[in-house]
Design a protein around this ligand. Structure first.
Ligand SMILES: Nc1ncnc2c1ncn2[C@@H]1O[C@H](COP(=O)(O)OP(=O)(O)O)[C@@H](O)[C@H]1O
Ligand SMILES: [Mg+2]
Length: 215
């Protein structure tokens, strides 16, 4: 049986934190308020990014294990599912992400077809960097390997890849849902285009983000 939640359509027996109004996923800290959880996730994200920049060298070729480790380093104190693939199917609006049973295989393919080809990003020009960031991002988002935090994990990875090309972390305000509604809509359309194998829109978005971001 499915029920509509405000964020995703998920099986109705899924574990939310009791008394959280189905707004906060079960977590290690028994946090019940959405605002508290959002603030903690944000704080942990900043800590994780500072730690991660010290871990990966410019010549590192990223793997799916790295992606799981990035997710775990960020959310490991908060959620039991940190670093682990989701076991439920998920959709956002009408858009279905990969079926949970296919995630492991699709991640292996992501490593072989994209991470191994387009990382490390040292010694690439801006055009090549936009392409690498765009294709890796869209393919990872389409798989949506984790129960929560896929967008921010994909952006963390993009930052780490950009740093290999001697860029700073990217400024994502142009595609921020609250700060720039139009930009966000175009970004989502670019994800949908990626499902059809059309990478041009997402690559153009990363080109624009790189232009907006500090060198
Ligand atoms: N309607 C949609 N169609 C396709 N992808 C979407 C849609 N809405 C959001 N997304 C993607 O899903 C991400 C959010 O996934 P989520 O796991 O909640 O990550 P986070 O919690 O870090 O935002 C967005 O950043 C975007 O990449
Ligand atoms: Mg989310």
């Amino acid at each position: 049986m499915e029920k509509k939640s405000s964020r995703y359509s998920v099986p109705s027996d899924e574990d939310y934190e009791p008394d959280s109004n189905d707004e906060v996923l079960k977590n290690n800290l028994a946090i019940k308020f959405k605002g508290d959880m959002e603030a903690l996730e944000e704080q942990e994200l900043e800590r994780a990014e500072l730690e991660l920049v010290k871990i990966f060298s410019d010549s590192h070729q990223f793997t799916v294990e790295d992606i799981c480790n990035i997710h775990e380093l960020w959310l490991g104190d908060i959620y039991p599912f940190a670093g682990r693939y989701r076991a439920v199917n998920m959709a956002k609006g009408d858009f279905l992400f990969a079926q949970s049973g296919r995630i492991a295989d699709l991640m292996t393919k992501l490593e072989k077809d994209f991470l191994a080809k387009y990382t490390p990003c040292s010694n690439v020009n801006t055009e090549e960097l936009s392409y690498a960031l765009g294709v890796v991002h869209v393919e990872l988002i389409l798989i949506h390997p984790f129960r929560e935090g896929n967008g921010r994990t994909a952006r963390l990875l993009a930052d780490l890849m950009a740093m290999q090309a001697n860029r700073g972390s990217l400024n994502y305000s142009l595609i921020d849902q609250t700060m720039n509604e139009e930009g966000f809509k175009n970004y989502i359309l670019a994800i949908h285009a990626g499902l059809m194998g059309d990478y041009k829109p997402i690559v153009r978005i990363f080109q624009m983000l790189l232009e907006e971001s500090a060198i």
